[in-house]
Design a protein around this ligand. Structure first.
Ligand code: AMP
Ligand code: MG
Length: 352
């Protein structure tokens, strides 16, 4: 299959390009599109063959449901049975935006998209190209992230092309994703909202508008089965072996990160150290590659660059990635979730 790569200006929206792509989407094609979180790989959510093609193109496990993307609240009627009060509050406050709300699904929503669950995850992304594309296609769009399953998510059109050229119809490139990590998935089927996957909207931000919000226990204890099927799979993994080092003291972190990196480097491996600016400053000049996670005081920037850094390591054919962790507060929760998954759980915890 020939994949068309179409660059589109997010400001003037070049209507003929959007129109052309919307037609492909409507007719059952696979279209990668920009959102504020990461790039999505979309198909008409009510076309079973098109939805099956998404799983095929990505190599995605069948039991990992897709998020259904909409451009207007009116579309919810066709997708969900009822909307509890707290879900309304969350949607009113964070849509369009990086929040996926899991609700009881309406009959007629295909099990291909929801992997047979009786719930459906719905989101309205905050990106003019995505919203215009959906609106012009007239369909609700089932879409996971537009990467090969298990690899780091795509935050630019060229990332998508690298992973999926030849497997999908169109890559609509609208520039780099500004949030950089996926949406927060929140289960609103019970009394208290439960975060199934941390993401672009923080727990603290949600609590401000809706009161108590819980975390799915599977997010911090391996013994629990996650309610979000996708969370059990290996994800975001770079080609190299990755270690994540966590601790409180920046001095101890710097020493440990430098020590592990140097030993691997001296053994002849290609090593990349991923750490915060102040840690890198303590470590100083080294012969291996050092990449900055930004400032630990602004983890939104870390989130925006994390997948790009992991993909850069793949381009550089890095054998070992040694990464620094951060506290699980605010955006730190989503950043740590991605780093933990990317490292396949190889975490070194420092005592002080
Ligand atoms: P991705 O689109 O690749 O970012 O993955 C979508 C995420 O949303 C996965 O972790 C899914 O398991 C999760 N998800 C989608 N629909 C549901 C649902 N109905 N219930 C729970 N999790 C869901
Ligand atoms: Mg994904």
């Amino acid at each position: 299959m020939l994949t068309r790569y179409i660059k589109v200006n997010s400001l003037n929206l070049e209507p003929e390009k959007i129109e052309e792509t919307a037609k492909i989407l409507k007719e059952g094609g696979l279209v990668a599109f920009p959102t504020e979180t990461v790039y999505g790989l979309g198909a008409d959510a009510f076309n079973p063959q098109a939805v099956r093609n998404i799983f095929k193109a990505k190599g995605r496990p069948q039991d990992n449901p897709l998020i259904i993307h909409i451009w207007s609240n009116e579309q919810l009627d066709k997708l969900v049975k009822n909307i509890p009060q707290k879900a309304h509050v969350l949607m009113n406050n964070f849509w369009p935006g990086p929040l996926t709300v899991v609700l009881p699904k309406k009959e007629g929503v295909m099990s291909e998209a929801t992997s047979g669950l009786d719930t459906v995850g719905v989101r309205m992304p905050d990106h003019p190209v995505a919203l215009k594309l959906f609106q012009r296609s007239g369909v609700a769009v089932a879409a996971p992230s537009a990467n090969i399953s298990g690899k780091p998510s795509p935050t630019g059109g060229l990332h998508v092309l690298k992973d999926l050229a030849g497997k999908i119809d169109v890559v609509l490139d609208g520039g780099s994703a500004k949030v950089g990590v996926e949406s927060t998935v929140v289960d609103c089927t019970g009394e208290i909202p439960v975060i199934l996957r941390p993401g672009g909207v923080t727990k603290e931000e949600m609590e401000e508008v809706v009161g108590e919000v819980l975390l799915d226990p599977a997010l911090h204890r391996k013994t629990f089965k996650p309610k979000s099927p996708g969370m059990k799979y290996s994800h975001y993994a770079p080609d190299g072996i990755m270690y994540l080092v966590v601790g409180k003291s920046i001095k101890s972190l710097a020493e440990k990160l430098a020590d592990i990196s140097m030993k691997r480097y001296q053994a002849g491996y290609k090593v990349a150290l991923l750490a915060f600016e102040d840690t890198l400053a303590l470590i100083g000049e080294k012969p291996y590659i050092k990449l900055s996670l930004g400032s630990r005081d602004n983890l939104s920037i870390t989130a925006a660059k994390i997948y790009g850094l992991l993909r850069q390591c793949d381009r550089l054919k890095i054998d070992f990635i040694i990464a620094e962790g951060c506290p699980r507060k605010g955006m730190g929760l989503a950043v740590m979730n991605r780093l933990e998954k990317a490292s396949g759980g190889k975490i070194i915890r420092l005592q002080d």
